[in-house]
Design a protein around this ligand. Structure first.
Ligand code: GLC
Ligand code: GLC
Length: 646
């Protein structure tokens, strides 16, 4: 069909009266709400219809599912609390609110950071002290006891994991957050559910409706065909992408499980799955969630003969979810979690798909620059891959709860004569602390002997050298490690977009090896960087002579700098060739303010030629940050982070 414009109007004309009949009760109680809903429906139905039609029109029951979807949207809207409807209107007036330099993200586990949701509430003063305006609470939904991939195996999207609190607690917490100027971010783990979810339980009993919610096969025929082209994501846990469950289909069946065996991939070629997940998403939005982190976006669409990652179908689905949200929860934003090749990462970013995205490339290349003491790849990535759609933003980070994967492009590396695979091997050796001269104390994650692949676990501080410096070296190395931590945070705080701090990093939390004693964690090295928050350590954050105090105060200074200077809003960034392979340079311009940044990634002093400073009119700017207390002469101290601005 080409004429979506006309056909969508026609379809809506047929569906609306039916919807009005089904919703008559709610409409009579909330006529203003119904008018608002209809307005947004008229505005966005065409795109929803186009997407839904493109994905599902070959289904004989297409119209049934479309109508079911609209009913779900209307119901969710009627349940949307008044304060959130107000938020919708104000976000629609100011859609680029997230590009402000006031934005600062944080992420933590509810249980590890503060015990439960009540504990998190009691930390609001701390979040305000740090300056947080966006807080991602890691998966907090009902999940299996024992192994549950840190909550990424969800058994119910409408229930909070009982030890953490209740959905009512979450709803009231979101309100308190909003009053404190903090937007609540939670995951929508929508690629898979746990095998204890009601849908999975239904499939286990052989229910035809629920069987079709997952990708289940009676024998190896299809799995073998698919696996010809699939990557192994968690090879330590199971080979291939399928798991055998002896009780399915009497003789047993194979379930698609990209991640762990207890995480069952959903079947989005079934429109019922889309509709139900849209319902779960709107339910969360109605609890006051302002940003949904779309987990594992790359994997949601499967097609035989492909590697089933980043397929066009995945984009159509996310765009359809986006259209749903524009109609029934307009304040909601999406953040994409695509830890894949940089060419693929950017494809998820647009106002109609994900307005926000993790920036795994910047993250990986910051660590790369610390290891190589060179900024070539980093500077190239900032100049060629950093500028995205003006109505979107990167979420820039140095660490999160996951491993570091070296997802830079081999072609980019080749332009500097670097062989991608060899270089990844070097980085893995370096961050495992096995390379001569390495400062890092990281652990391998999902090392795959078949392919040589490996990723790295470890906290920011341990990877940046602090663990080794404290245990084996001394004050000079401790100082360098602290500077490394501040340097890479300096970049994410000034580059634009939303900087995201993995809470614990701001007080230089070291690796915690006790995960090895817990059988439900021992096989997953990512737990080395997921320790329980140490509040005695936090108590030292204002003591200037402690390591915690030096990192915390240093970060606070950078955060204040960001918030006080409008040049750090927005998204546009120009790199500066500094004439020195160890020094990164870039300019930020926003709201008629200009800032120039130089970052020295080496442990030696480095000089920038005078003509480069002149060309960038550095002398006309104020010196705002750096280790040289006096006038800047062109020489940067080891690991120095310099900021100039008007
Ligand atoms: C995401 C999460 C990761 C989890 C995976 C499977 O990548 O960040 O922690 O293991 O999804 O849900
Ligand atoms: C893979 C996935 C990514 C996930 C990670 C978890 O790299 O691509 O989505 O975060 O595994 O370790």
């Amino acid at each position: 069909m080409n004429n979506f414009d006309i056909e969508s109007k026609l379809t809506l004309r047929r569906l609306l009266p039916r919807l009005e009949r089904t919703m008559a009760d709610q409409i009579s109680k909330d006529t203003k709400g119904w008018d608002d809903f209809k307005n947004r429906l008229h505005q966005h139905f065409e795109s929803l219809f186009r997407l839904y039609f493109t994905i599902y029109s070959d289904r004989y029951d297409f119209f049934f599912h479309l109508e079911d979807l609209l009913q779900g949207l209307a119901l969710a809207w009627f349940q949307r609390p008044a304060d959130l409807r107000e938020l919708d209107a104000s976000r629609e007036m100011n859609p680029l609110w997230f590009q402000s330099n006031q934005m600062l993200g944080g992420v933590c586990y509810v249980d590890l950071f503060a015990g439960d949701l009540d504990g998190v509430r009691s930390k609001i003063p701390y979040f305000k002290e740090l300056g947080i305006t966006y807080l991602h609470l890691m998966p907090l939904f009902k999940a299996p006891e024992g192994e549950n991939d840190g909550g990424y195996a969800v058994s119910s999207y409408r229930e909070v994991h009982p030890p953490l609190g209740t959905m009512d607690d979450l709803e009231s917490l979101s309100r308190e957050f909003r009053n404190a100027g903090i937007s609540l971010v939670v995951d929508l783990v929508f690629n898979h559910t746990s095998d204890e979810h009601l849908w999975a339980k239904g499939a286990k009993t052989g229910d035809d409706d629920f069987n079709d919610f997952y990708r289940i096969f009676p024998n190896r025929e299809m799995p073998d065909l698919y696996e010809r082209d699939l990557r192994e994501i968690f090879p330590d846990e199971h080979t291939g992408a399928f798991t055998f469950f002896p009780n399915l289909f009497k003789e047993g069946g194979w379930v698609w499980t990209t991640f762990h065996s207890y995480q069952w991939d959903l079947n989005y070629s079934n429109p019922a799955v889309f509709n139900r997940m849209a319902g779960e998403m709107l339910f969360l939005a109605n609890q006051g969630v302002e940003v949904i982190r779309l987990d594992a976006v790359a994997f949601i669409w499967k097609q035989l003969g492909t590697n089933c990652e980043n397929l066009p179908g995945a984009h159509l689905l996310i765009q359809a979810f986006n259209a749903v949200s524009r109609i029934a929860s307009p304040a909601l934003l999406f953040k994409s979690e695509a830890i894949v090749h940089p060419d693929d990462v950017v494809k998820y970013i647009s106002p109609d798909e994900c307005q926000l995205s993790y920036n795994p490339l910047l993250m990986a290349l910051l660590w790369n620059s610390l290891a190589t003491r060179k900024v070539d790849l980093l500077s190239q990535a900032l100049s060629t891959r950093f500028n995205i759609h003006p109505e979107t933003a990167w979420v820039n980070y140095v660490r999160v709860h996951d491993d570091i994967g070296w997802t830079f492009s081999d072609e980019d590396a080749a332009s500097f004569g670097i062989n991608g695979n060899d270089h990844r091997r070097f980085l893995n050796e370096f961050y495992r602390g096995r390379f001569e001269g390495s400062f890092a104390r990281g652990l391998p994650f999902q090392e795959n002997p078949k392919t040589g692949d490996c990723r790295i676990s470890g906290t920011c501080a341990s990877l940046a050298g602090l663990e080794k410096a404290i245990n084996e070296e001394g004050p000079a190395e401790i100082e360098l490690a602290i500077r490394r931590i501040l340097l890479i945070h300096g970049v994410i705080l000034t580059a634009g977009g939303i900087p995201l701090i993995y809470l614990g990093d701001e007080i230089a939390t070291l690796n915690d090896y006790s995960y090895l004693d817990d059988p439900s964690h021992a096989r997953d090295s990512r737990w080395v960087h997921r320790p329980k928050a140490d509040w005695e350590k936090y108590a030292r954050r204002n003591a200037p002579l402690t390591v915690e105090g030096r990192v915390y105060q240093g970060l606070r200074k950078l955060i204040t700098l960001r918030k006080q200077n409008d040049a750090f809003a927005g998204y546009s960034l120009q790199t500066i060739s500094t004439g020195n392979e160890h020094v990164l340079g870039f300019t930020r311009i926003s709201a008629n303010k200009r800032a120039v940044i130089f970052a020295n990634f080496s442990e030696e002093p480095q000089t920038i030629p005078a003509w480069i400073l002149e060309q960038n009119s550095v002398s006309q700017l104020n010196y705002l940050h750096g280790f040289s207390a006096t006038e800047f002469s062109g020489t940067l101290a080891p690991m120095d982070f310099l900021v100039f601005s008007d």
